[in-house]
Design a protein around this ligand. Structure first.
Ligand code: ADP
Length: 313
């Protein structure tokens, strides 16, 4: 999906077509749909474009449509983490997300996720999106069982995202977000200068992120325009999350790819009041995603990383 960002130049990897398997009796997707899924018959399968990491299908059945993503080269952990994130967001009963239904493995290798199929409609208003996102953050306040982190690690793009439970937000963000990506940049691309400067920024994080009350809230974690849609009633929908419990402001780390306007932020801040220093902290939260883009797509993102680090070090 991130190829949509242009600069990356990354190509979606073609994967083996699983449609042929859809009618085979041993296909676990069809088996689930015809069993627990409550359908008598799969009427049609059609491929859904737009993703990059996985292949996606719509399964039309007599019991309605199902959305299926599969990946021939990964085990079920990635989809289990996606399902856990969707489930937690779904449980807040605030913003619409597809209900996850089943994760399993494919014969011959790979895995799949089945979820509710959402019929998309015209774009909802930015204000509705801001309000619904704020409501999700608000409803999940106090719900985290162990502070900052998540029940399992997940992926951000295709990068591993560690979610080890941590009681202190600054510790979590230093070690499992910025620190993790800086290490990766040094190992993968020998980004030694960036790494060294980054370490100085890490040392200043208590000062830069501190001075504000932080409670863990459930974050979508990868909120950019490619992961936002609307259902046919015009309600906002968010998809393809990288969920964890974190500072609400960290949700805006991908805002440079999201096109949020002032009515979005106004509506959001009516639900989650804006704290002094919001813009400065969001710059730091953006750095995490710029570093991830550097690690995913290479040096085209070095300048954006450096300019944020230079601003604060
Ligand atoms: P990937 O994991 O490869 O990034 P996405 O989650 O982006 O895949 O999904 C691929 C495509 O399927 C996108 O165009 C998205 O809009 C669409 N899509 C995702 N989830 C659903 C759903 N629950 N119902 C209908 N379409 C969906």
């Amino acid at each position: 999906k991130r190829s949509l960002l242009g600069e990356s130049g990354i190509k979606c990897r073609p994967q083996q077509n699983i449609i042929a398997m859809a009618t085979a009796s041993k296909d676990p997707v069809t088996e689930w749909i015809l069993g627990e899924g409550g359908a008598m018959k799969v009427l049609r399968t059609s491929s859904v474009g737009g993703g990059c990491i996985n292949v996606a299908y719509k399964y039309d059945t007599d019991a309605g449509p199902f959305f299926v993503k599969s990946n021939r080269s990964t085990g079920p952990a990635m989809f289990e983490a996606e399902a856990a994130g969707l489930e937690k967001m779904w449980e807040t009963k605030t913003i619409r997300v597809p209900k996850p239904l089943k994760v399993g493995t494919l014969p011959g290798g790979g895995s799949f996720i089945i979820m509710e199929f959402i019929e998309f409609g015209s774009r909802s208003s930015q204000a509705d999106l801001g309000r619904a996102l704020g409501e999700m953050h608000k409803a999940s306040t106090g719900q985290s069982p162990h502070g900052f982190g998540f029940f399992m690690d997940n992926t951000i793009g295709s990068t591993h995202q560690p979610n080890t439970w941590t009681s202190d937000w600054v510790d979590f963000f230093r070690e499992h977000r910025l620190g993790f990506q800086l290490d990766l940049a040094r190992r993968q691309y020998a980004e030694n200068t960036l790494y060294e400067k980054g370490q100085k920024l890490l040392a200043k994080l208590p000062e830069l992120l501190g001075g504000v009350e932080v409670a863990p809230v459930l974050l979508h974690g990868d909120l950019w325009s490619g992961n936002v849609a609307s259902d046919k009633d015009g309600r906002p929908v968010i998809l393809d999350p990288a969920c964890y419990y974190g500072h609400s402001e960290a949700e805006f780390g991908m805002s440079w790819c999201a096109g949020f306007n002032s009515s979005f932020y106004e509506a959001y801040h009516k639900v989650i009041p804006k704290q002094p220093g919001f813009e400065r902290r969001v710059e730091i939260y953006k750095l995490y995603h710029y570093l991830n883009h550097l690690n995913l797509f290479g040096s085209g993102y070095r300048g954006s990383c450096m300019s944020i680090i230079d601003k604060f070090v």
